[in-house]
Design a protein around this ligand. Structure first.
Ligand code: ZN
Length: 281
């Protein structure tokens, strides 16, 4: 595990008694997630989970926008990191290698973070796009600034959606389809109405509101918090959440494989232009 002082994409601190805060600190790139950021996040969440003085974990972001999604310019090889999943075969040809990679640092991390044994709160402002949602939906409580918006426009790239496919659980089946088919962003107010976010607050109040709630939760006994979290998570699993994610992940890789055969790359190269047009609406 990296020392917190080694982090280059995130910051780690204890702003309130019993609370660890992890902050995305790449605002110059709208907190685009390269592999280094994802591995630093995973290290930070492990650290907070294993620290007996921490009862609540907060994820926040520097800058105007929470996250613009995966950093498609990232070229750092996986060999630079201590991988955490059992996958390997990252260099295998065909779809095998890339599927293993996405199992490791996209779907694997999201499911791991969703099951952290302590309550998690994410504070969101500005734009959250595609893979950006993978840093929101795995967490327990979502506090949104009133300027936050949420979009998964990757159907334009010829795939089904981002890799942590919980859309129907987050916004309901019909809105999930609308969100995916149009690629258009959902406002914080709409996300709140649908139950995707817990609270909407003024942008200036986002930090204080989030830390205040985190501090109050941190007064509860950790055992009770763990049991409550596991109970809700197991209810979602009984509704088929994990099986749904796995099925969608298979289709996601059908999409990547199709694009590789047709365009020689994992996404439809005409998608970027379509997404720019959607963002203007
Ligand atoms: Zn993918």
């Amino acid at each position: 595990m990296a020392e917190t002082s080694d982090f280059t994409r995130i910051r780690y601190d204890h702003p309130v008694d019993g609370v660890a805060r992890v902050t995305l600190a790449r605002p110059e790139a709208a907190n685009a997630q390269d592999r280094r950021m994802l591995y630093e996040l995973n290290d930070a969440f492990d650290r907070a989970s294993r620290d007996d003085d921490v009862r609540v974990i907060v994820l926040a972001a520097d800058g105007r926008h929470f996250s613009s999604g995966h950093d498609l310019r990232d070229t750092e090889p996986l060999t630079a990191f201590n991988t955490v999943g059992p996958y390997g075969t990252f260099d295998a040809p065909g779809q095998e290698g890339y599927m293993a990679a996405e199992q490791e640092y996209y779907l694997g991390f999201c499911w791991r973070w969703r099951n952290l044994p302590k309550p998690t709160i994410v504070a969101v402002q500005g734009k959250v796009i595609a893979g950006g949602l993978m840093l929101v939906w795995p967490f327990d409580i979502v506090i949104a600034a009133d300027d936050a918006s949420f979009a998964d426009p990757v159907v334009a790239f010829g795939v089904n959606g981002h890799e942590y496919f919980t859309h129907p659980f987050e916004v309901g089946s019909r809105k999930a389809k609308q969100m995916l088919f149009t690629g258009e962003a959902m406002s914080a107010a709409e996300a709140h109405r649908l139950g995707m976010v817990n609270e909407v607050v003024a942008r200036d109040d986002l930090e204080s509101f989030t830390l205040d709630m985190a501090g109050r939760i941190a007064q509860q006994p950790l055992m009770g918090l763990k049991l409550a979290k596991m109970s809700v998570n197991q209810a979602q699993e009984n509704m088929g959440m994990w099986n749904s994610i796995q099925a969608a992940f298979g289709l996601h890789h059908l999409g990547h494989s199709h694009n590789s055969q047709r365009f020689g790359m994992i996404v439809d190269p005409s998608g970027a232009e379509r997404i720019r047009a959607q963002a203007k609406r």
